[in-house]
Design a protein around this ligand. Structure first.
Ligand SMILES: [Zn+2]
Length: 452
């Protein structure tokens, strides 16, 4: 039995508007067994001696943060695509060039480094929206799930949990044009063959679980959407889908199907509480209604949406419609949950020219419990008895955070202020360093192998 007592200078407990000072958190075998605020009035019984063996956590301790939308290999594009003009579609061509260099070995090395970078930022769980399934020209590897296995192993090495969202990707356009060139590696032919391949895969390790994804209404024909949704529903697995990131997708979908992408997904049984729509940057009012009524979640990826000139999603309107919001770093132009979370509020300010749309506790919820729930880990993301012992400690004495009220970290801190990360009761990051991965070196080496 592994049992630890942690004494947090501040801890952000569920349903609290702000952090609580002096909280004793007890964990046994990776679970939280007791949460005791010590002030006012000091320790509950025997005083200072009770705390003699406690591990001090100076600063603010948060629950584990969840990155609900990742394409690990996009990290190789950071800093390589910012010189020219263009838009989402020209960026996508550069992204495709990276895929040509990836195989199970180089994917493992890159993803391991990227997931370790996430760990340093306080991310204890990632949702990998994975569509790079096959070898050159679309030829399956000897193990057709070799790329999936590489991602699962990468997360194990990096020490974080993973939901592998195995993505069905069949066509190039809403009107069903076939995959060509780089896209051939994404395709399984049809949704039934996608389901057969995925069903044969069991992630190796308790840190990983399997979910499904529909790449988008561009990539899965309407009559095959229900096959993917049915696979996820039968397994009670999370189902994710890129949705309305670009107005062009909406226009094409209306032209072909006479429906918005959200309407099309609703028609085919894709929406629901286990479904997460990624982006939802350009929904109509009717779309927001459909998402809210079905309790479909939305994963916002603000740093990617700004990097790719996508636009600003109606975050407050969606939250008010009952849509659970989570966060993802998607293309990894930035991996920083604090930047991602504050962008939700700050983007609303730019749009409305008013402040104060999201309370700090709402930003925390999106970055932690809501993200974990969107990935199927409903017992994580809260510092509460019975929950997974994920603890992310942020220093309050850095050049960025000195003098900041603890609740203000969402507007002041960055990933570099994370000092310690505990996942399932195990210390993964200490003093800002990953204990098993030399993250900058491994990133540099892995990206040198595959960069365009
Ligand atoms: Zn994406």
């Amino acid at each position: 039995m592994t049992s630890t007592r942690w004494l947090a200078e501040y801890a952000w407990l569920p349903e609290r508007a702000a952090p609580t000072p002096e909280v004793l958190i007890e964990t046994v075998n990776g679970r939280i067994t007791a949460v005791t605020p010590l002030s006012p009035g000091g320790p509950p019984d025997a005083g200072v001696d009770v705390l003699a063996d406690a591990v001090r956590l100076p600063g603010l301790t948060l629950p584990g943060l969840a990155n609900a939308h990742s394409h690990a290999f996009h990290r190789a594009l950071r800093g390589h695509t910012h010189g020219g003009r263009g838009d989402f579609w020209s960026w996508r061509d550069q992204m495709y060039a990276v895929t040509a260099r990836l195989n199970p070995d180089s994917y493992l090395a890159l993803a391991r480094a990227v997931y370790a970078e996430m760990a340093l930022a306080g991310i204890t769980c990632v949702g990998e929206f994975h569509y790079l399934h096959h070898g050159a020209g679309g030829t399956p590897y000897d193990d057709p799930n070799a790329m999936s296995a590489a991602l699962v192993e990468a997360a194990a090495h990096a020490g974080i949990r993973l939901t592998l969202l195995d993505t069905c990707y069949l066509t190039a356009t809403v009107d069903g044009q076939p995959l060509t060139g780089s896209q051939l590696r994404f395709g399984d032919g049809d949704a039934l063959r996608w389901a057969d391949r995925v069903s044969a895969f069991t992630p190796d390790g308790r840190h990983a679980r399997l979910g499904a994804a529909i790449h988008s209404v561009r990539a899965v024909p309407a009559e095959q959407l229900a096959t993917v949704a049915g696979w996820a529903h039968r397994r009670d697995a999370p189902l994710h889908v890129h949705l309305s990131e670009q107005p062009a997708e909406n226009d094409a979908c209306r032209a072909v199907h006479g429906r918005t992408p959200t309407g099309l997904l609703a028609d085919h049984g894709v929406l629901g509480p286990a479904t997460t729509a990624v982006h939802a940057t350009h929904p109509t009012s009717g779309d927001v209604g459909l998402l809210g009524e079905s309790r479909t979640g939305v994963c916002l990826c603000p740093t990617t949406e700004r990097d790719l000139a996508d636009g600003i999603g109606p975050a407050r309107r969606m939250a008010d419609a009952g849509i659970p919001l989570s966060l993802g770093s998607d293309s990894h132009a930035v991996i920083d949950p604090f930047e991602e979370a504050r962008a939700v509020e700050l983007d609303e300010r730019l749009r409305t020219r008013k402040r104060g749309h999201f309370a700090p506790a709402e930003l925390l919820h999106a970055a932690s419990a809501a993200g974990h729930a969107a990935l199927g880990w409903t017992d994580a993301g809260r510092i509460a008895v019975g929950g997974r012992a994920d603890l992310v400690t942020v220093r309050l004495d850095s050049v960025r955070t000195a003098g900041v009220a603890p609740a203000g970290v969402w507007f002041a801190a960055g990933a570099a202020d994370v000092t310690q990360v505990v996942v399932d009761g195990r210390v993964l990051v200490r003093d800002g360093h990953h204990l098993t991965v030399d993250v900058p070196q491994e990133l540099a080496d892995a990206i040198a192998e595959v960069a365009p």
